[in-house]
Write a protein that binds this ligand. Structure first.
Ligand code: CUK
Ligand code: CUA
Ligand code: CA
Length: 609
């Protein structure tokens, strides 16, 4: 049979295309399923690690499971939130303090974990608020912030670090320089301080003055030094003057030397905190010159080296963490920002401008061997921090690394002008890095730290231990305590409010104390009150107290915001607000009385006020 030449060509093309197609797809399919297998966590199975990611402008902390990349919890810190918000309780003095020290918002950058023997012990997580110079502590048994500290004598709390190996202090760098005496008129160059905070009392024990904006922090593994990058040794007050010098510095503070000087009263007390001036206390501060405007500083897990990232220089500076001498300054690529480590002597540095993670061998770089670069992998796009599991602790796992990328470009479906940030999970168990998966987050995780789920699982509480002033079932009440003040003690249990009716009057201040008296884990009830800016939620055992204005006359249904049972929708109650001039007699409400169906003596209406 004679074949038409065109058909023959067409058939060949189709066959070629088919073979190319099946080859390409087959190969990528198997690579994909290999990657998928490494991050797939089947429904009902648990992740191996918690990753704590800072929430940046959200003011929160994101808790992500690794390797799955699933968002498991957002811990609200510098952010109001119905459930788990920090001191979401009007009569909690911490609430007023929060509002007075910068407000209920923040800019979180660096999550760090409490350590015992250089490893996370599951007790606390700290996170900074760069914007308002605050440090928050999160209790990991409840996944809730329990203390927020405003740091005196400094502005812009940026780099923070735990003093290894047993969390002696939390180091907090004051990034934005200020006049030393706090006076606007002081013409002297501005300076800043590094704060040393007691982890248990959350009090600043002492501060050390450092000139030049103090950026990122880490500590030696033996508790001797804190290291901070300083990018404005020029003490310039505008960008042009901050990039004059060829070299800035890593500031190494000798912690025992500082403690000794403080103990003999060498600190100048300002706002209740002694500040050490290194000029009159030699030996406390050593400035190690590094290429201009450095950024990250990371100490190797074995404690031998502190590695400063060049940012504007394509190098990292390897500093001996005991002698403070510069050992080597290897080139790694463009825009190095932060470094993390595996368990096999390798470092991984993020390259912001190259959009890469570069893997390099520390020993080879120290010895000046030409082949110290092991591998490079592209990330998407423009990476800031990166963290390998345990890379910031003494025993890294050497399995996964998260790249925290600033831009996702076309990685996800478009969601308006702004796109989500892109986090990528990279397999670092082999010689070559392998990109396994990515997951989006709201802006913007700056940093991350990991903890094995096995450490925390036995420590996490199932319910709250009721506070001493918790409302007990049977002791609920509504009482007029003053002509314009009403106190309500309320309990919640599936699926009813007790009391479910509050009678108040226009102009009243209502103080509502609510206890969730459930004893079953996770049985949360909400209390949302329309048109009163009131939305709270309570886990079992939790008590909250809120004071609010009764508002305009009318009927307001408070309702449960957490689907708690088949009668969740019926879990409602009324607040009746009578007009100021109403002559209706209001009724006090007592649980016992209610049970007996008695009407308690009425409270006189407006006429009597
Ligand atoms: S900073 Cu954001 S990428 Cu606050 Cu740790 Cu380096
Ligand atoms: Cu309680 Cu829904
Ligand atoms: Ca500089």
């Amino acid at each position: 049979m004679k074949r038409h030449p065109f058909l023959l060509i067409a058939a060949t093309v189709v066959a070629t295309l088919a073979s190319v197609h099946s080859m390409g797809c087959g190969a990528s399919r198997s690579a994909r399923s290999l990657a998928a297998e490494k991050v797939y966590v089947a429904p009902g199975e648990l992740d191996k690690y918690y990753a704590f990611l800072s929430g940046g402008q959200s003011g929160s902390v994101f808790v992500v499971g690794v390797p799955s990349g699933r968002l498991i919890r957002e811990i609200p810190v510098f952010e109001p939130r119905a459930a788990y918000g920090y001191a979401m309780n009007d009569n909690d003095p911490r609430r007023q303090e929060l509002v007075a020290t910068g407000g209920v918002w923040g800019d979180t950058h660096h999550p760090i974990l409490s350590e015992t023997n250089g490893m996370p012990d599951g007790k606390y997580l700290w996170i900074n608020d760069l914007a308002n110079g605050r440090l928050a502590r999160i209790r990991l048994d409840y996944f809730e912030a329990d203390r927020i500290l405003k740091l005196p004598n400094m502005q812009g709390a940026h780099g923070i670090a735990v003093v290894s190996p047993n969390t002696k202090y939390i180091v907090v760098n004051g990034e934005f320089e200020l006049p030393t005496d706090g006076l606007v008129t002081n013409p002297a160059p501005y300076t800043s301080v590094v704060s040393f905070v007691d982890p248990d009392s959350m009090q600043v024990k002492f501060q050390v003055r450092v000139n030049g904006n103090i950026d990122i922090a880490d500590t030696s593994k033996d508790g001797r030094y804190s290291f901070s990058t300083v990018y404005n040794l020029e003490q310039g007050k505008d960008m042009g003057s901050m990039i004059q010098y060829d070299r800035d510095a890593v500031a190494a503070i000798d912690i025992p030397a500082a403690e000794k000087a403080i103990a003999v009263g060498r600190g100048e007390v300002r706002n209740g905190v002694p500040i050490l001036d290194p000029e009159s206390n030699p030996g406390v501060l050593t400035l190690i010159p590094v290429p201009k405007n450095p950024h990250g500083i990371n100490v190797t897990p074995d404690g031998r080296y502190a590695i400063a990232a060049g940012k504007l220089s394509p190098t990292v500076t390897i500093i001996d963490a005991h002698t403070l001498k510069i050992i080597a300054e290897p080139e790694v690529g463009l825009g190095p920002l932060h470094t993390t480590f595996d368990d096999r002597g390798n470092a991984y540095t993020s390259l912001f401008l190259d959009s890469q993670v570069v893997k390099w061998n520390i020993d080879k770089a120290v010895k000046g061997a030409p082949d110290y670069i092991v591998d490079r992998i592209n990330v998407h796009y423009n990476i800031g921090h990166l963290q390998a599991v345990g890379g910031d602790h003494m025993h890294p796992a050497g399995d996964y690394l998260i790249a925290l990328n600033k831009l996702s470009k076309d990685m996800y479906v478009p969601v308006g002008p702004d796109l989500p940030e892109n986090q990528e999970i990279i397999d670092i168990s082999g010689e070559k890095m392998k990109l396994l998966a990515s997951f989006p987050t709201p802006p913007e995780p700056h940093d991350a730290t990991f903890m094995a789920v096995s450490v925390l699982k036995p420590l996490v509480h199932q319910t709250y231990t009721p506070a001493d002033d918790a409302v007990q079932a049977g002791k609920e009440r509504v009482v007029r305590t003053a002509p314009h003040a009403v106190t309500v003690d309320m309990t919640l249990i599936r699926s009813a409010y007790t009391p479910d009716k509050l009678e108040v009057r226009e102009g009243d201040q209502v103080t509502l104390k609510i206890t969730n008296v459930e004893t079953i884990r996770d049985m949360i009830h909400g209390f949302a009150l329309p048109d009163h800016n009131l939305n709270i939620a309570l886990a079992p055992g939790y008590t909250k107290t809120i004071t609010f204005d009764a508002g305009k006359p009318g009927v307001y249904w408070f309702y449960c915001t957490n689907f708690c049972s088949a009668l969740h929708l019926e879990m409602r109650g009324r607040m009746l607000v009578q007009p100021k001039d109403s002559t209706v007699t209001l009724t006090d409400w007592h649980a016992a009385a209610n049970v007996q169906g008695q009407v308690v003596a009425g409270v006189p209406s407006t006429g009597a006020r």
